[in-house]
Design a protein around this ligand. Structure first.
Ligand code: SF4
Length: 629
């Protein structure tokens, strides 16, 4: 695979001194950017950026770039990933980059391996504000600037990891990157969105961006006929056929005449729609269905289908993948979760309005899910008069009245309010200071304006200050006390499971997701990947057992430091309580445990929520104990 297929090569770089060296680890002791990442995070507080062992191979989805380290917003060890970006990283001829130290001035890091044995490493000082205000602005301007400065030094197209202003002013900046084609930056931006790693890159390492690439050619696994044999043995299908089958949702699903996470999720959610800062969970099923039909099916989704699906505006993330999950409309890329939090959750149901708000948040380099959750929360407080527009530095309240809601006009109004609120987050003396995170800000507001302000903010809490806006699925799994929340290290099905069982299922999901992340795989290929990957590790490296041991060790290592805090906001509790009631009343589930929990929540919501949360916690530990480490 690599120069020596039994080694992981890690470029250890101190951004403070510019000193670097190559460190080698035996495959078998470590396998990838997560199990080695947690080791380096606790040893050196390093930020690890790396490719999986199978990057550059014939396996579809094998080129995800993985970021691992202690998260500035979650405050625990975190893993975030970016589609396609490891394909170019593989041309450096290393597996990982491990960053420590901080550059004295904001700098761009240049990495290039051009036909030689050595990687060229340079740190170039830049003036961040000047770069952010140039060209396409923000993260896009950083990519453009890096390409302008260094692009001509690369024989093959490089790639840039870019930082936006959100990383300077908040703890939840996201790393943005778009594939470069023939020297030109494309509009297909990809994100390591969660965990605030861009804030880490900027605030702890002084980096505004990293440009990387090269010409190094590894002996990557390219034998398609051997891969086909392995797929035939396991699934009775060749690799391409199996992959096409499992990625249907992300490409185009004829069952729903749409595709991608945006298309399929909105087409199928029915009364599970979450809007107006989750207020819809208190509505009747009829009211939610009415909203879904009128505003989503007949407008928001209809626009998407006409503009993106029917015109086949779809691209890949940079690796030649048949799923083409990147659904575009001109320069705008449409994924479910950003267009949900900065869409219906903020009272926005029109594509033009959502595009403006999402694009600005992207330009600034925010974690889109988290910033959308904050915007929806603040709009909720404004709408209920818990806070004044002036107190947040804006001049209007949202228009959230369903009785008179104008799907285009009011969506535009709410998006404009969202833009004004974003501005307050990135001003040095703005009214929404998030340098130490949204949870700390919520606590301050709660002291000044009263507890109901905090009670409307939906977030998961960790340790003293850690926070994370949950994934946009109305299911208790999204609120479970996992060591890492905000990504799919949990069961997010819509079925009812008693909390102990749900905790166990969450832990199983986490183990499978760790297999994907540690090997740098895209989870959209998970249906075959998590089953077959351990066998592939055996076939190529002879280390299946050690690999699986390393995954369980990583899971239990991280869970042993799980400092998740019980739900601080009553709306978190209500998300679970209303979910349970709906399972019984709407879906007709007759599980005796369900009836017991509903009765308990009705009698004493706080005590029931506490018990439910701890049952999930117990289930997680119980499941992990079943694995020898
Ligand atoms: S499914 Fe999407 S993100 Fe994943 S590898 Fe394919 S194109 Fe990239």
């Amino acid at each position: 695979m690599q120069d020596n297929k039994h080694e992981l090569k890690v470029l250890m770089l101190d951004a403070g001194t510019g000193f670097y060296r190559m460190q080698r680890y035996r495959v078998g002791d470590f396998f990838g950017p997560v199990d080695l990442g947690i080791h380096l995070a606790y040893k050196h507080n390093a930020l690890t950026i790396g490719a999986g062992l199978l990057a550059g191979s014939v396996f579809p989805g094998s080129n995800r770039l993985i970021f691992a380290g202690i998260s500035p917003c979650w405050h625990g060890f975190y893993v975030s990933s970016m589609g396609g970006a490891a394909l170019v990283f593989d041309n450096l001829g290393i597996n990982m980059l491990s960053l420590v130290g901080k550059a004295l001035h904001p700098s761009l890091l240049y990495l290039n391996r051009d036909h030689g044995e050595e990687i060229e490493v340079e740190l170039i000082q830049v003036v961040s504000e000047q770069v952010w205000e140039s060209g396409r602005q923000g993260v896009y301007a950083v990519m453009e600037h890096a390409i302008r400065l260094f692009g001509s030094r690369y024989e093959k197209d490089p790639r840039v990891l870019a930082v936006g202003p959100a990383s300077r002013f908040t703890d939840f900046g996201a790393i943005g990157s778009a594939p470069v084609k023939k020297g030109m930056l494309t509009h297909v931006d990809t994100w390591a969105g969660r965990g605030g790693f861009c804030s880490k890159l900027f605030q702890e390492h002084g980096l505004l961006g990293i440009i990387y690439g090269g010409t190094h050619i590894d002996e990557d696994f390219r034998d398609r006929s051997v891969a086909d044999e392995w797929f035939q043995d396991k699934f009775n299908q060749r690799m391409a056929a199996k992959d096409m089958e499992v990625t249907t949702k992300y490409r185009y699903d004829p069952q729903f005449n749409t595709g991608g996470t945006f298309g399929v999720n909105y087409a199928t959610m029915d009364g599970d729609i979450l809007a107006f800062n989750y207020r819809t969970v208190y509505w009747t099923q009829e009211a939610r269905r009415d909203l879904h039909e009128r505003f989503i099916l007949n407008h928001y989704l209809k626009q998407f289908n006409e503009e993106t699906i029917e015109t086949k505006q779809q691209r890949n993330c940079g690796e030649p993948c048949a799923a083409v999950c990147k659904k575009m409309h001109g320069i705008f890329k449409k994924d479910y979760e950003p267009y949900q939090t900065m869409g219906p959750l903020c009272g926005i149901f029109d594509q033009r309005a959502a595009e403006q708000l999402n694009h600005r948040a992207d330009q600034l380099g925010f974690d889109a899910i988290s910033v959308g959750g904050i915007l929806a929360w603040l709009m909720d407080c404004l709408d209920d008069g818990l806070m004044t527009p002036q107190g947040l530095g804006v001049d209007q309240a949202p228009r959230w009245d369903m009785a008179t809601f104008d799907v285009v006009g009011d969506s535009v109004h709410n998006a404009e309010l969202g833009l004004a609120l974003l501005n307050q987050m990135i001003l040095p003396d703005g009214k929404i200071p998030l340098q130490f995170g949204a949870r700390k800000f919520a606590r301050r507001l709660s002291r000044e304006k009263g507890r109901p302000v905090l009670d409307r903010f939906v977030y998961n809490a960790f340790a003293r200050q850690g926070w994370m806006v949950p994934n946009q699925y109305w299911t208790p799994g999204a609120y479970a006390p996992m060591a890492i929340t905000g990504k799919y290290y949990m069961h997010y099905g819509r079925d009812f499971l008693p909390p102990r069982e749900l905790g166990r299922k969450n832990a199983s999901r986490m183990l499978n997701e760790l297999i994907l992340d540690d090997l740098g795989f895209c989870r959209f290929h998970r249906t075959w990947a998590e089953t077959l990957l351990p066998d592939i590790v055996e076939n190529i490296f002879g280390e299946k057992d050690a690999f699986l041991r390393s995954i369980t060790l990583t899971a239990s290592r991280n869970t042993s430091r799980n400092a998740s805090v019980f739900w601080e906001s009553t709306r978190n509790m209500d998300m679970v309580f209303e979910f349970l009631k709906n399972k019984k009343q709407i879906d007709g589930v007759s599980h005796p445990e369900l009836a017991r929990w509903i009765e308990f929540f009705t009698r004493d919501k706080h005590a029931a929520a506490y018990e439910f949360w701890y049952e999930m916690h117990k289930g997680i530990h119980e499941r992990l104990r079943e694995y020898p480490v």
